[in-house]
Design a protein around this ligand. Structure first.
Ligand code: NAD
Length: 432
């Protein structure tokens, strides 16, 4: 059934991409990217027999065999954010269902159509009714799931305050919860980095999907003033050339933000940065898209001279705003990142292997790139941040998801021969 589902997703990709673009506003190419990364998780779920086959030990005691197997939890639920309406649900239910559970999905109320259409394809692939369920709503729907006794586990992806509240309430009710939250992802640029390459990849990582990605790079930490000056000079013309327009059109770099409220929030962060004293060297606030004057557009924004006390540094903006910070050394950059409350993704641009090794070893962030600005793990690894970017023990998708959506049962079994006499044993069983 998972193989058929994967085929149906591929056959219907253009329709799904259109639904994502119409409701979310991201470009069709970007929507296709998220769908493909979602399909990777269906491929991974196709291999679930290998992952579920358990552990076995023969003759652990006289005539005793022991094994562990992994059984489904029952009903599990997923609550997903607006920014990846096709991909994030696919992080969850292919694996949850392949592990033997039934699933209730509560997609974002801002763009629920793609999640509905994808779930319908699973039905079309032959899934029995009642195994995959989609419910709609906001806080009330989520709280109903959190309080429902039948729901044994919750996977949540969204903002940190909601993630934290869901983790507390769900675990207090005895459920298994993984709650992935927000982010502030730093890219460190060392003086030896290939600046043109760093600037190009930072453009995509900061402004792709209008910055509405939990792995978006929102801070570029430059080691040395000269590195910062060169990075800003290289990026400014690229920002001026960003092609922004309605998300349903092809060959654009960015569409609009998701809602008018979100646009207002992003604009208020930019105001705040200006009044806190950061230098707004690229200002996308007045961007006009002819024919779409009421659209929720914001052009690419670049702040220089950002410091750690500023709100634009401390909080997640979730818009097309990149902050440049200047530090004296790699150690200072790492201290800054380790002190931040979020720890989702980070990246180091360098040609120095020793620096890269030090960075990957000691940085307190869950997903790390070296010259890879969006280090989103492929489906056969697992995805998750550290610190206040994830509440719970297990990461999303990949090997961790097998553990999250199952519980271990350890069986010890002995078949004594009929002639073998048994006697009462009062000491704790141990090998002699
Ligand atoms: P959100 O927290 O507002 O909403 C996420 C989900 O929670 C939605 O389904 C929504 O209906 C529900 N919800 C909202 N408020 C709630 C409340 N008070 N009680 C219960 N449920 C509630 O997030 P969003 O704006 O849809 O998505 C953007 C956020 O998600 C960003 O912070 C982003 O970093 C984060 N995100 C994180 C990851 C990750 O893997 N760490 C991935 C994608 C997005």
């Amino acid at each position: 059934m998972m193989y058929r589902f994967k085929q149906l997703l591929e056959d219907n990709a253009n329709r799904l991409v259109q639904l994502v673009s119409e409701e979310h506003g991201k470009t069709p190419e970007d929507a296709m990217g998220e769908l493909k990364r979602g399909i990777e998780n269906v491929e991974y779920a196709c291999g679930v027999p290998e992952l579920l086959k358990g552990e076995y030990s023969h003759n652990v005691g006289p005539g005793i065999d022991a094994w562990s197997n992994f059984q489904p939890l029952g009903v599990v639920a997923g609550i997903t954010p607006f920014n990846f309406p096709a991909m994030v649900p696919l992080w969850m239910y292919p694996m949850a269902i392949a592990c033997g559970n039934t699933f209730i999905l509560k997609p974002s109320e801002k763009d629920p159509s793609a999640a509905m259409a994808v779930a319908e394809l699973l039905q079309e692939a032959g899934l029995p009714k009642g195994v995959m369920n989609v419910i709609h709503g906001g806080r009330e729907a989520v709280e109903t799931l959190l309080d429902a006794k039948a729901v044994k586990a919750i996977s949540f992806v969204g903002s940190t305050p909601v993630a934290e509240a869901i983790y507390s309430r769900g675990s207090a009710a005895g459920k298994r919860v993984q709650a992935l939250g927000g982010a502030k992802n730093h890219a460190v640029v060392l003086p030896d980095a290939d600046l043109e390459n760093a600037a190009n990849t930072l453009m995509g990582a900061a402004f792709g999907s209008c910055g509405e990605r939990c792995m978006a790079i929102s801070v570029a930490v430059c080691v040395g003033d000269e590195t910062a000056n060169r990075l800003v000079e290289t990026m400014l013309p690229k920002i001026a050339q960003l092609k922004v327009g309605p998300g349903t059109k092809k060959d654009l770099d960015m569409g609009p933000l998701v809602t008018a409220e979100h646009r207002a929030k992003v604009l208020s962060f930019i105001e705040d940065g200006v009044s806190a004293g950061a230098t707004l060297v690229a200002d996308g606030r007045d961007l006009q898209v002819p024919g779409y004057e009421e659209g929720y557009f914001v052009g690419g924004c670049l702040f220089d001279n950002v410091t750690a006390e500023m709100r634009i540094y401390q909080e997640e903006i979730f818009g097309p705003v990149l902050c440049v910070m200047r530090v004296a050394s790699l150690d200072d950059a790492m201290q800054l990142i380790n002190d931040h409350e979020y720890g989702n993704g980070t990246c180091l641009f360098t040609r120095d292997g020793e620096a890269a090794r030090r960075f990957t070893d000691a940085i307190e962030v869950g997903m790390v790139g070296v010259n890879v600005p969006l280090p989103v793990p492929v489906a056969y690894h697992s995805f998750g941040g550290w610190k206040r970017s994830l509440f719970g023990d297990l990461h999303a998708y990949g090997p961790d998801s097998v553990r999250f959506y199952t519980r271990r049962k350890a069986v010890s079994q002995r078949w004594p021969s009929v002639s073998e006499a048994t006697r009462a044993e009062f000491s704790f069983p141990a090998n002699q």
